[in-house]
Ligand binder design. Sequence first.
Ligand SMILES: [Zn+2]
Length: 435
Amino acid sequence: MSGGNLLIRGGYVLTMDSAGDLQGADVHVRDGAIVAVGEHLDAPGAEVIDAAGKIVAPGLVDTHWHMWNTLLRGLSDGSDRSGYFVNCVALGRHFLPADTYAGTRLACAEAVDAGITTVHDWAHNIRGIDWAEAGLRALSESGLRARFSYGYETGHPNDRLMALDDLTRVASAWSSYSAGGRIQLGMAWRGTGGSNPAMRVAPALYREEIETARGLGLPVSVHACGPRHAAGQLATYAAERLLGPDLQVIHLNNAWTNEISLAAARGTPASVSPFTELQIGYGQPVTGALLAAGVPTGLSVDTTMLSGNADMFAIMKVTQGCANALAHDEFALTARDVLRLATIEGARTLGLDSVTGSLTPGKRADVIVVSPHAPNIGVLTDPARLLVTAAHPGNVEVVIADGRVLKRSGALTGYDVAEVTSTARNALAGVLERT
Ligand SMILES: [Zn+2]
């Protein structure tokens, strides 16, 4: 899978590490790893990918994405009977494992196409181990780097524990699921009751859940402080001494200032999903406040039921726009800052910063080449600014994950797109028929 010998030659290389930007530099990839970055590298026998006049950057990092429900793209609008949460539960109940596979695979294909090489699949429609295995199979086949966060099923009753036995079983057999270490396991935790205060989970239950995950050595991820009335969830986690680097918290839009300070003090990472937070009415993303407090922060797709697509370039752009708008300051968040969130900082929030997120010798080879030779770019000025404000997935010419070329000359190498999309349409038809 990742035994290639590749030389990405002559690009404008954004290393996103202390080496900075290197114009006209090469990136040498061998056996899935970056072995050298610099000018005029000698790489005998390597397949050459010409990147002259193009931007070479680390693969983009998503930090929270309900990939299964990509099958339901577009189905969350109009009224409170057809909104995101209602449809997610109503349709999610009728998913079979093959539907989870079809939805997750469509999301994976979209990720590759968009230059995202790391995803955090927040699997919250696991209706049994078969559904987990279906999602894992799609991730494994994709070639992407991933965290698979094992969750519950949509509509899971508040008075019942998550399926901790299944999680434990999958964790104990993890080497057979991990695609050689490319996929890590985590827990998608429902927390103290999610975003609706009328749906609290008894402390004895949620404590057992998080203690089980931690007993298995798994990182945990939880939605926190969604709607305005739910502010205070982070304070609850702090009071329960649950905050720490292994607990990712999502949607801190309405967290109190002291809650953000608590997260920073405990090294608790955050995930910001600007498009879905705006779309569902959580209010402004608080990226600037998180960074000012020192909270490790990454960006996320969340769900294409709300965001529509997984365009991480657009996610970066709206992140910068929202931060500057909120600060009334054109320079509150720079393009370079936000590109860091979508690469090395996102990787840090997943505990993967020693593996990916920058073009550093010794790291795994997750690399993208973006061509400016399209009407929406056309000039090669500040490459960070171009990636954040001008580029779109169509400009991504080459995608390499773990040393394997997943997109070449603008075409996906591992997917028959017509087959992926027709399978998705057929699966959705079945879900709708059963609902
Ligand atoms: Zn989410």
